[in-house]
Design a protein around this ligand. Structure first.
Ligand code: FES
Ligand code: FES
Length: 166
């Protein structure tokens, strides 16, 4: 079937199998491979992207369901080579070890801060609970997300990221 998605601002039309998952569309059709696949049970959140600004696990969404909608992956966050505030905070505050969960973690954090620009530590933890990290023990992830709070919305506005609700 034919699907029409906009991925990181680029319209992409393709004929795909009805059963194709959004994560496979992102990785194999759009050729954006930062979005990872870490399970086949909707458990890990490594595949998290934004669908019209809301975070979704892209292994639980069919490409066909996303047709006509805007997808943002971690590759679409930076603007003119300038990292999104959440990306910068992860970089500056060592919010990762192996990095496998990081694209999903960053996208979930961007969505969280769009909905709640000033979350408490508990709200950050709850907002990210769908994303699993096997390395950091989580404090190193909660800290940069809290540090980016407040800066993310401003950064989005400055960068003109239309696909992400600020
Ligand atoms: S790949 Fe694990 S939740 Fe999507
Ligand atoms: S940094 Fe390794 S899984 Fe999170």
């Amino acid at each position: 079937m034919k699907v029409d998605l906009t991925v990181n601002g680029t319209p992409i039309s393709a004929d795909v199998e009805d059963r194709m998952l959004l994560v496979h569309f992102v990785r194999d059709v759009a050729n954006l491979t930062a979005t990872n696949i870490g399970c086949d049970t909707t458990s890990c959140g490594a595949c998290t992207v934004l669908l019209d600004g809301e975070s979704v696990k892209s292994c639980t969404v069919l490409a066909a369901q996303a047709s006509g909608h805007e997808i943002t992956t971690v590759e679409g966050l930076a603007s003119d080579g300038v990292m999104h505030p959440v990306q910068r905070a992860f970089h500056e505050q060592h919010g990762l070890q192996c990095g496998f969960c990081t694209p999903g973690m960053v996208m979930a954090a961007v969505s969280l801060l769009a909905d709640n620009p000033s979350p408490t530590e508990q709200q950050v933890r709850e907002g990210l609970e769908g994303i699993l990290c096997r390395c950091t023990g989580y404090p190193n992830i909660v800290r940069p997300v809290s540090a980016a709070a407040g800066k993310a919305a401003a950064g989005q506005a400055a960068a003109g990221q239309g696909g992400v609700t600020a």
